[in-house]
Design a protein around this ligand. Structure first.
Ligand SMILES: [Zn+2]
Ligand SMILES: [Zn+2]
Length: 615
């Protein structure tokens, strides 16, 4: 049951901020093992950075220094605030230590000696971690284990490892930034200075990373959201976007495309209440394991929550009548408005939010239908991602050790899923024991234009949670009650996160079908505005989203503005075009296209838009 929480968290997609301050236990604070192959080198670079800082600023108190995605950091309590020049000096000292090729040596000290060691060196944060470990060992009735330290050269750190062999094995690195970070992520504790760095096996890897980082800054969806007038964030509702007309058009366009796909696959859309009584979550198991992430309210002596997920409520619609084997698969889709009470300090743009909508679906089916249904859902995934030019990669997570339900049913379900995956021709890898405790699952990841991996959505084949806990059944051919299987599936995942990902992927230059404004018509002079409105009407008739720039700006300015807004087509209208009733479109990349009659131009764009091509 411990995994309910992990699963529901995983359901909304890599919402774990990789650079979030480590919270919680002392052990977590010491855990350098994030599991990536480069992590020992990254974490070793953090030790070398701490050595350099201690050299340059005697009396520095050391926090922690883990490996993170693409690099490392270390938190320091320093006698003064760091300046950018300090990073250069620190980097130079680090380079010297790397050149000296000091071996990393692990030692174990008896607990008391370990504590005394860090006390003598004036390292209260290390002493605090040791005290926590001792208190925990005591609470568990265990003896305090020896204190493990790693040393290289003159530097010694409290550390579980692992490390590379010697400092010489640390590749090309760069120190990136300094930021404030509360000790243990707790705003009541001291604010430390955190230095971020990155380190790679080769100079080429480092250069590529630095390029990607620069490019990512330019593409940051929070920045583009303002620039393109898509959405904004305000402190009156942390972690929830305010959608502006253009952003909401984008949102609805994505949603409607999915609705159309689902209609073709015989989904039926439902809508269940956002405000739900506590007893539902007790029945589903979320109350015990997920309560701290739910917004709770009292009304007339009852506790309610804003739903953090749609799953359990869909069972009420299923159970509203007797279902026969002939009714299955029964496919319910729902664009449920979800709320999760994430810590305000961890919220970030559209990718880590408190409020979001999932393009959710719950499919109820007979066990023998698992294979064909999974294959069909994989087809939906492939189609939807082709609209944005992303190739989904799939990870198949199998039965974990603590799984609920009949092992024979698990084996059968897993075999059917694997067959469906093989038949689909999709690229996938298997992660053993990575399924939910109630369901084998397929996670969907994409790599964007910068090669960054995003987890977007998931497909789970639920054998237990909804079917058993909510006592679902159908009548089989012989008139007996049978348990259905429930597939939970989201394809975009959260609409908010998906829009954040594709905004960065396209750097805001959305393909025609998605662009909030598909064409801007630019009348050269005031007397051309009437004809521009006429052309706009011709295009709007075909469902195109068109603006007329009737402002007093000069033509060149209008074109530049439209380009800045990344509008796919611009049409300049002057006397000549109006007389001939033609349009000479320019694309946002600057290509001048041949003149076409208005109708033909509008037809062509409408057809292109309907195709939902990503280019
Ligand atoms: Zn270490
Ligand atoms: Zn679900």
């Amino acid at each position: 049951m411990a995994d309910v929480k992990e699963e529901v968290q995983a359901e909304t997609e890599g919402e774990v901020a990789l650079e979030a301050p480590p919270r919680g236990s002392a052990e977590e604070l010491l855990d350098a093992e994030a599991g990536e192959p480069l992590d020992p080198m990254r974490h070793s670079a953090a030790h070398v950075m701490a050595e350099a800082v201690l050299d340059l600023f005697p009396g520095t108190k050391l926090g922690i220094g883990p490996a993170i995605a693409d690099g490392f950091y270390y938190d320091f309590e320093l006698p003064r605030t760091l300046k950018p020049e300090d990073l250069e000096a620190i980097a130079a000292r680090m380079a010297a230590s790397i050149k000296a090729d000091h071996p990393f040596v692990r030692r174990e000290l008896p607990p008391e000696e370990g504590r005394a060691f860090f006390e003598e060196r004036g390292q209260p944060y290390k002493v605090e971690i040791l005290a926590d470990l001792a208190a925990r060992a005591k609470a568990e009735g265990q003896p305090m284990p020896p204190v493990s330290v790693y040393e290289h050269g003159q530097f010694v750190d409290l550390c579980k490892g692992p490390h590379v062999e010697s400092t010489g094995k640390i590749g090309p690195f760069k120190l990136l930034a300094v930021a404030g970070a509360y000790w243990r992520g707790d705003e009541k504790r001291p604010m430390l200075q955190r230095i971020y760095g990155t380190v790679w096996p080769t100079q080429e890897d480092l250069d590529r990373f630095l390029w990607r980082r620069e490019e990512a800054k330019k593409r940051d969806h929070r920045r583009l959201g303002v620039q393109l007038d898509l959405f904004s964030f305000h402190d009156v509702s942390p972690g929830a976007a305010f959608w502006h007309p253009k952003g909401w058009t984008l949102y609805r366009t994505l949603e409607n495309a999915m609705r159309e796909l689902q209609a073709g696959r015989d989904y039926q859309e439902i809508y269940t209440p956002p405000l739900v009584a506590q007893k539902l979550w007790q029945q589903s198991g979320h109350w015990d394991l997920y309560r701290e992430h739910m917004f709770l309210f009292e009304s007339e002596g009852q506790t309610f929550s804003l739903k953090p997920m749609n799953c359990p409520e869909s069972t009420y619609v299923y159970r509203s009548r007797v279902r026969s084997y002939r009714d299955l698969p029964l496919r319910f889709s729902e664009y449920g408005k979800l709320h999760r009470n994430e810590l305000s300090g961890t919220l970030s743009g559209l990718t880590r939010v408190r409020h979001f909508v999932q393009d959710d679906g719950h499919i109820y089916l007979r066990p023998d239908q698992i294979g064909s249904e999974i294959e069909a859902v994989l087809g939906e995934v492939r189609e939807a991602y082709s609209w944005v030019g992303l190739t989904p990669r799939l990870t198949f997570g199998t039965r974990p050790d603590k799984a609920l339900g009949d092992p024979a049913l698990w084996d059968r379900a897993e075999a059917l899923i694997q067959e469906a995956l093989d038949r689909s021709g999709a690229e996938y890898r298997v992660k053993l024991k990575d399924g939910a405790f109630y369901a084998p699952k397929i996670d969907i990841q994409v790599d964007d234009a910068l090669g960054r991996e995003w987890q977007t959505a998931t497909i789970q084949v639920d054998l237990v949670m909804l079917p058993e806990r909510f006592d679902l059944w159908y009548i089989d051919e012989e008139g007996h009650q049978q348990r259905p299987v429930a597939i939970h599936r989201a394809i975009y995942g959260s609409l908010e996160r998906f829009i954040g990902v594709i905004t960065e992927h396209f750097a805001g230059a959305f393909p025609l079908w998605l662009a909030p404004v598909q064409a801007v018509i630019v009348p050269i002079a005031d007397r051309h505005v009437g004809a521009a409105d006429e052309l706009a009407a011709v295009m709007r008739d075909r469902g195109l989203r068109v603006e007329v720039d009737g402002s007093e700006n000069r033509m060149q300015n209008k074109i530049r503005l439209a380009q800045g807004q990344k509008v796919p087509y611009m049409v300049v209208l002057g006397d000549r075009e109006i007389d001939a009733r033609t349009a000479s479109p320019r694309t946002r990349s600057g290509e001048q296209q041949p003149a076409e009659p208005w109708d033909a131009f509008a037809d062509r764009l409408a057809a292109e838009s309907r195709e939902r091509r990503a280019d």
